[in-house]
Design a protein around this ligand. Structure first.
Ligand SMILES: Cc1cc2nc3c(=O)[nH]c(=O)nc-3n(C[C@H](O)[C@H](O)[C@H](O)COP(=O)(O)OP(=O)(O)OC[C@H]3O[C@@H](n4cnc5c(N)ncnc54)[C@H](O)[C@@H]3O)c2cc1C
Length: 416
């Protein structure tokens, strides 16, 4: 069902009782040409591009819960591409270029809002690190600019630039093309568009095992709804990547941590952009409903609990109150956690594995939402052709053997 102006008028006149399901809920077939495990944004985008760009229609997305119920529906939706290393900046900028026309491509409003992402510097070290990012990005043809404290305040008026503050703002970077999008809509838009091309979206279907034939090639999966045969299997399960890879006998250099976020009561528009401070570890934007969306840090311990220690968001709120004294009396409404899959260099792993027929897309850690369209696009290419797209070729498992890391960890303490 389309969202044409006529359809909206017709349904408005009919009390909105005429809308049909956006995608069907099929029973799993016995076999597919390819199966994607994980119905988050990345898995759904992969299926969409497999169908739309590579003509693969006999495919399924298998999700253990409901689509978008993992990190896709739990994140703070910051989108930017100003990463330090050329490999990462190219991959994230590929994603940003797909975000820009995404609502039109999917005929679904993902509410991409390029309102600008500002990253604050509080010390000489921050200034050096962030200016290095600006220069590296501009050399790679990616927009990023340096702001004085006064320019930062002009861009975001409620920001305090009091020089006597404990962590004074002494400069900032700004990527104007960065912003936010509506996370649920991204999952729903990709699901709907993929289903329209014939992809089966199978929810409530946990994968419990990976089958291999006598030659070691992937030949199927076991699920809570029975076995499914396939010779091409893509794992896109974020915080559960190491558990799924273990089902195929593989060990991954990944640790899973809870990462928390919280939202305030709705307010009138007050924060016009996204503001991030890596040093005092806080980031904030305002949703279209008016809630302040605040991101906290990861817990210090690994866990699969989808909740974290209260002291972590408390620390973040202290930082927010220092940056925005005007928000001190705002009440917070909800707090939650997601499980993020963190690699040693904080860059993702996208590609083939040592098991023939098994592909993996993981390790996006605390910052993969922004990559959703680009990640799905290059992963679909990798699965369809059996070889990586040039943009994900450097993001292999092999870099942990060769030492050729893409070290965004050292480049930025926080990478949302
Ligand atoms: C609090 C928080 C804030 C964040 N903020 C940002 C941000 O501002 N910007 C940004 O770019 N990124 C951010 N991120 C990171 C971002 O959310 C993730 O990197 C991204 O959403 C990962 O998408 P995904 O589709 O790979 O994973 P998910 O959306 O987690 O999807 C994986 C799916 O796999 C399913 N699954 C797991 N095991 C199985 C199984 N055995 N069988 C079947 N299905 C299974 C899960 O149920 C889940 O739905 C944040 C994350 C969190 C938690």
């Amino acid at each position: 069902m389309g969202f044409s102006f006529l359809e909206i008028l017709r349904n408005a006149a009919g009390g909105h009782r005429g809308w049909r399901r956006q995608w069907p809920s099929p029973e799993p077939k016995a076999a597919y040409d390819a199966v994607i495990v994980g119905g988050g944004g990345h898995g759904l985008a992969t299926a969409y591009y497999l169908a739309s760009e590579h003509g693969m229609r006999n495919i399924a997305v298998v999700e253990r819960g409901w689509i978008g119920g993992g990190n896709t529906g739990r994140n703070t939706t910051i989108i930017r591409s100003n990463y330090l290393w050329e490999e990462s900046a190219a991959l994230y900028d590929h994603a940003l270029r797909l975000w820009e026309p995404l609502s039109q491509a999917l005929n679904y409003n993902v509410m991409f809002s390029p309102r600008g992402v500002m990253m604050l510097a509080h010390s000489v070290h921050d200034v050096q690190v962030l200016k290095r990012h600006v220069h590296a990005n501009r050399l790679a043809g990616i927009d990023n600019e340096w702001l004085t404290p006064e320019e930062a305040k002009a861009f975001c008026p409620p920001l305090s630039i009091d020089p006597a503050a404990r962590h004074p703002v002494i400069g900032a970077t700004l990527q104007r093309r960065g912003g936010v999008a509506r996370h649920d809509a991204v999952a729903w838009g990709y699901a709907r568009a993929a289903a329209a091309l014939g992809v089966d979206i199978i929810e409530n279907c946990p994968v419990t095992g990976i089958r291999r034939d006598a030659a070691g090639h992937v030949c199927g999966i076991d699920t809570g709804r029975g076995p499914i045969a396939t010779r091409r299997l893509g794992l896109v399960v974020a915080g559960h990547s190491s558990t799924l890879l273990a089902m195929a006998g593989l060990r991954a250099p990944i640790e899973s941590y809870p990462l928390q976020a919280l939202v305030s009561e709705p307010l009138k528009p007050v924060i016009p952009c996204v503001v991030m401070s890596n040093t005092i570890h806080a980031y904030i934007s305002q949703s279209d409903k008016g809630e302040l969306v605040v991101g906290a840090g990861t817990d210090a311990y690994v866990s699969y609990s989808q909740r974290g220690g209260l002291h972590v968001p408390m620390h973040t709120l202290e930082a927010i109150c220092e940056l925005f004294p005007t928000l001190r009396r705002v009440r917070m409404m909800r707090n939650w956690g997601g499980i993020v899959d963190v690699t040693p260099d904080r860059s993702p792993i996208i590609g083939k594995t040592d098991v023939p027929g098994l592909f993996v897309n993981c390790g996006w850690g605390t910052g993969g939402f922004k990559a959703t369209p680009g990640s799905g696009h290059v992963f679909a290419h990798t699965i369809a052709r059996g070889e990586p797209h040039p943009l994900n070729a450097p993001f292999t498992f092999d870099r942990f053997r060769t030492g050729r890391l893409i070290d965004e960890a050292a480049a930025a303490a926080v990478a949302h």
